[in-house]
Every structure is written in structure tokens, then in C-alpha cells.
Ligand binder design. Structure first.
Ligand SMILES: C[S@@+](CC[C@H](N)C(=O)[O-])C[C@H]1O[C@@H](n2cnc3c(N)ncnc32)[C@H](O)[C@@H]1O
Length: 270
């Protein structure tokens, strides 16, 4: 298993795999090879005991909201290309039929994802898709530029959807802001979908301590709705976890303010 901030990709994938009813991601359970599954389960259970036991709810809700936002864009632009940064083990390239996908993450994560995707495709678990894997550290301006250049070349004038799920808060503030707006420099960007934290709450405070114990960097960058509107424009919608619970579960079952990681989803259109 990868270590450092990449560990979080294993954690959130397990969260999706626990809630196939809500995440609607049938591939989540296959991403982790059999030899690593018990280690990932133990990691998740330790996280649940120490930080909070509802990561499966929060991650599956955000996956569902993102899936809806991607599906809507594909309906309007069937030739769309997806750029997904901090891709981790997310399954969107195989859940939807984008004409091309660019998946970006840190080098160890890209190695793990591309190798496992090839295995799963060979086994017939994943459908065939055209995916370009790009290793890049998004806290580095030159590497962000490479992502823009590569995606622009691959998209070749087709509409682009840009997704940054579950990681911009791990970047230093200036890099966080630059990563949120990275898609703006790609021609024909139609939609940006970003998940972000507005401020610390008791669960994030516990997560910070757990990260320290696991050797995961614990610095965080926060963004307000006004920041995001300033960065992405005013054609933007925001969903809190409570909003997503109301949308997909019919009511708020667990209060975000004190009991959940307060990860919000912003969807901005051109
Ligand atoms: C919580 S995981 C989310 C993964 C995926 N988006 C999902 O929701 O399942 C955070 C991901 O961001 C990636 N990441 C963190 N810092 C990064 C950086 N500086 N550059 C590129 N990727 C980064 C990690 O490697 C990890 O895969």
C-alpha cells in the first residue's frame, strides 16, 4: 500500500465500497488487490474508531453528487473529455463514457492505479476506456502547467470537464487556489467540480491528530463560498453534506457540523 497522503485514496475507496447502495460505484470493491484488503480494512476501522465512523456516508454522498454532475455534462456534451486530478481509486472513467480521460495523481498512486486498472480490464471487471495516466505533484506550478498542456493536447478542441475531488485542502493555500482554477486554462472547459472544506470542525481536528500518528501531512487549506465564486465565477452551486443527505437520503441523518467531515461540493459552469 502507498504511504503518505496517498493513503487517503485507499481509505476513501474503502468508504465507497462499504456503501454500494449510495455511492453507486460497483467497481470500488475491486480496486484494492486481495493481498492488501485486510490491511486497508484495518486502516479504515482504526480511522473509524479514532476519527469518525461515517466516512462511508460522506464519501459515498460526494461520489453520488459528482456522478450526477458528470452525467449531466455528458448528456449535454457526449464528446466530453474528463480531467480528474487527485484521482486516487475513483471509478468515474469506467462508470461513464467520456471520449477520453486524463487521470492525475502523485507518482506512486498513478503507478498503483494504472497497474490495477490494467489487471481489472484484463479480467473483464472494468470496461475498456481510453485513459491517460499522468503523474504530477499539483503543489508544483510547473507540473500543473504540464497537466494543462497534456489535457489541452488530448482534448483537441472537445469540451472538457474538470474534477478535483477530495484533495485540494491538502495543498498549500496558493497551490490549492491555483488547482481549483487549473481547468480555466484549458480551451472549452464546460464544468468544474471541486470538493473543499470551509473550516475546521471537531471531526477534522481529530483527523489532524490521526494523520500525525500515521505520518500523513496534516496541514489544511480552507476555502469559503465567496473564495470559490471569486475563483470559478458566479454560475456555481454549492452542496453541504447536510444538503446531500437531504437530496439522496430524504433527510439529515447525521449532523455535519459536529459529527461529519464537512466536505462540500461546488459545481461551476462556464
Ligand atoms: C482522499 S484521496 C481522494 C482520491 C479520489 N479523488 C477519491 O475521491 O477517491 C486524495 C488524493 O489526492 C492525491 N494528492 C494529494 N496531494 C496531491 C498532490 N500534491 N498532487 C497530486 N495528487 C495529490 C492523493 O495521492 C490521493 O490519491
Amino acid at each position: 500500500m502507498a504511504d503518505g497522503v496517498e493513503t487517503t485514496a485507499y481509505l476513501v475507496n474503502h468508504s465507497r465500497a462499504r456503501r454500494p447502495d449510495l455511492a453507486l460505484d460497483p467497481f470500488a470493491e475491486s480496486w484494492i488487490p486481495g493481498s492488501e484488503r485486510s490491511a486497508v480494512r484495518e486502516l479504515w476501522e482504526g480511522f473509524a474508531r479514532t476519527v469518525y465512523e461515517h466516512d462511508d456516508l460522506v464519501v459515498s454522498l460526494r461520489c453520488r453528487a459528482i456522478s450526477d454532475a458528470l452525467e449531466e455534462t455528458l448528456e449535454a456534451h457526449p464528446d466530453a473529455v474528463l480531467l480528474t486530478c487527485g484521482a486516487g481509486f475513483a471509478s468515474y472513467p469506467w462508470l461513464f463514457r467520456f471520449t477520453d480521460v486524463v487521470e492525475v495523481d502523485l507518482p506512486d498512486m498513478i503507478a498503483a492505479k494504472s497497474a490495477r486498472a490494467a489487471e481489472l480490464q484484463e479480467q473483464g471487471v472494468l470496461p475498456e476506456r481510453r485513459v491517460t495516466y499522468l503523474a504530477a505533484d499539483l503543489s508544483d506550478a510547473a507540473q500543473r502547467r504540464d497537466v494543462i498542456t497534456t489535457t489541452t493536447r488530448i482534448a483537441a478542441g472537445r469540451p472538457v470537464v474538470y474534477l478535483a475531488e477530495g484533495f485540494v485542502f491538502y495543498l498549500p493555500l496558493e497551490d490549492c487556489r491555483a488547482t481549483v482554477t487549473l481547468g480555466a486554462e484549458i480551451p472549452h472547459l464546460e464544468r468544474t467540480v471541486v470538493t473543499y472544506w470551509e473550516s475546521e470542525n471537531p471531526v477534522l481536528a481529530r483527523q489532524r491528530k490521526w494523520f500525525q500518528q500515521q505520518g500523513i501531512p496534516d496541514d489544511a487549506s480552507y476555502l469559503s463560498r465567496a473564495d470559490l465564486a471569486g475563483l470559478l465565477g458566479t454560475s456555481i452551486s454549492f452542496s453541504s453534506v447536510d444538503d446531500l443527505q437531504r437530496r439522496y437520503l430524504g433527510s439529515v441523518e447525521i449532523e455535519e457540523a459536529t459529527e461529519l467531515i464537512p466536505e462540500h461540493v461546488a459545481v461551476a459552469d462556464r
